[in-house]
Design a protein around this ligand. Structure first.
Ligand code: SAH
Ligand code: SF4
Length: 450
């Protein structure tokens, strides 16, 4: 069968879709490039924000027309919203054939094949550890993985931040065996992957069996994993997202600083810079302890850069609370930030609090943080003019076929003149000559030793 997969939401969902595509191909199915040519339509949904859910429901609703022309079409909703709504979704969207929650994704192939034999509506939403071990396949449209590969190292979350639906829709936190992760990374490296991105809701809690108390200073299974991955030959760069700040103990910071492949660019979610709001969010750190970890990381890796997630308009957020968030963001000098306007999520603890900050104020705060970010980025990039940056070549720019792009270790996109002999995944030196809003432009330097 030809299966079309549409993905909403985060990188973990993208990774899940990629693994599912790999599983389908192994079972003899094909990946369709368009909805029209597909026998099966899959929507991998997200629940983290209200808007993401609305988008997916709207899209699946729209597929009713297609199904009216093609009654044999099988339509499935998978992932977080499928987990949250279960059978309710089948009632809301009667043309939907099946719902597969986050703990049952590994059952996709058998579900689709069973439905082909016998049509009925199906909802599978139980939690299962098998999803952890069986989702290691990789697939890209080109057939080979390319220069970049993502590896899920944990699933679920035990932290229960008060605004967040993830622990309810992705279940309890579980970690893969170190040997499994290293084997996946080794296989990717053997297939030509140069950069890996480790994924999890709280990657730094890897291997702690869901314990929400950060470990003592000399213990970090995540550091052990990073060291093992650093030794995988062929890999050039290792990145990860997202870690929770409290887990950056001495052991982990030292492992990062010593490794030659871990990029000194850290996505470190802040959410708020106000202690009062952090407490209401059930984030178990304060502004001071967050800033202390940032200082420890900078002391060990002076070139480190940071990006973050922030929520504006959490219930009760005053102008003063917001100013504190702004202050911390400018102080840390985040050079990228995902800014979210708070939306109550059913089942999460904050849903019982009054969503008392108006949409207008949320938007205003969002715009202020975006403007701050823009000026910080301009300032930071300005300093890079005339420097030489090591760039991992990604290939022809997706926006402009006349250019090549790559990324610095600090995750900055660099544009340069095309060079047909240059393979994606190669490291090259580029002299930065100018900047625009968020990118760098430069000249490729001759390869060393030539
Ligand atoms: N596990 C990651 C976050 C996953 S959700 C972490 O802890 O960093 C991604 C981001 O969505 C969060 O960091 C948060 O900023 C945002 N988010 C989650 N729930 C939200 C809500 N109810 N309203 C607005 N933003 C939300
Ligand atoms: Fe959600 Fe908090 Fe878990 Fe991140 S750490 S997924 S924000 S509950």
């Amino acid at each position: 069968m030809k299966v079309y997969i549409k993905t909403y939401g985060c990188q973990m969902n993208e990774r899940d879709s990629e693994a599912l595509a790999g599983m389908l191909i192994r079972a003899g199915h094909e990946i369709a490039q368009t909805e029209e040519e597909a026998d099966v339509l899959l929507f991998n949904t997200c629940s983290v924000r209200e808007q993401a859910e609305r988008k997916a429901i709207g899209k699946i609703g729209y597929m009713k027309k297609l199904k009216a022309h093609k009654p044999e079409l099988i339509i499935g909703a998978i992932g977080c919203m499928a987990q949250r709504k279960g059978e309710e979704l089948l009632r809301e969207l009667p043309h939907l054939d099946f719902v597969l929650g986050t703990g049952q994704l590994h059952k996709l192939v058998e579900t689709v094949e069973a439905l082909r034999r016998q049509r009925k509506q199906l909802a599978l939403t139980a939690e299962s550890d098998d999803v952890l071990t069986e989702m290691g396949t990789h697939h890209t449209p080109a057939g080979s993985p390319g220069w970049h590969g993502q590896i899920a190292i944990t699933r679920g979350c035990n932290r229960f931040c008060s605004y967040c639906i993830v622990p309810y829709v992705r279940g309890r936190e579980i970690s893969r065996e170190q040997s499994d992760v290293v084997a996946e990374a080794t296989a990717l490296a053997a297939a030509g992957v140069k950069e890996i991105m480790l994924l999890g809701q709280n990657v730094a809690a890897y291997g702690l069996n869901g314990d929400t108390n950060p470990p003592p200073d000399d213990h970090s299974p995540f550091a052990d994993l990073l060291e093992a991955l650093n030794a995988v030959s062929g890999l050039l760069r290792i990145r990860f997202t997202s870690p929770y700040v409290s887990y950056f103990n001495r052991r982990l910071i030292e492992a990062m600083a010593k490794s030659t492949k871990i990029c000194h660019n850290l996505h470190l979610p802040l959410q708020s810079g106000s202690d009062r709001i952090l407490k209401a969010m059930n984030r178990q750190y304060t502004r001071e302890s967050y800033l202390q970890k940032v200082a420890d990381l900078k002391a060990a890796m002076p070139d480190i850069t940071f990006s973050t997630d922030v929520i504006v308009g959490f219930p009760g957020e005053t102008g003063e609370d917001f100013d504190q968030t702004r202050e911390v963001m400018n102080f840390v000098n985040f050079d990228n930030a995902f800014i979210f306007k708070y939306s109550p999520r059913p089942g999460a603890k904050s849903a019982s609090m009054s969503d008392d900050i108006s949409q207008e104020v949320k938007e205003e705060r969002n715009q202020i943080l975006l403007a701050d970010l823009k000026s910080r980025v301009e300032h930071n990039l300005d300093h890079l003019i005339n420097t030489v940056q090591e760039v991992l070549v990604e290939g022809v720019s997706p926006r402009n076929a006349e250019r090549f792009t790559g990324r610095t270790v600090h995750n900055r996109v660099v544009h340069f003149e095309p060079d047909a002999t240059l393979q994606p995944g190669t490291l090259r030196q580029v002299k930065i000559t100018r900047i625009n809003a968020v990118s760098l432009f430069g000249e490729l330097l001759p390869e060393q030793g030539r």
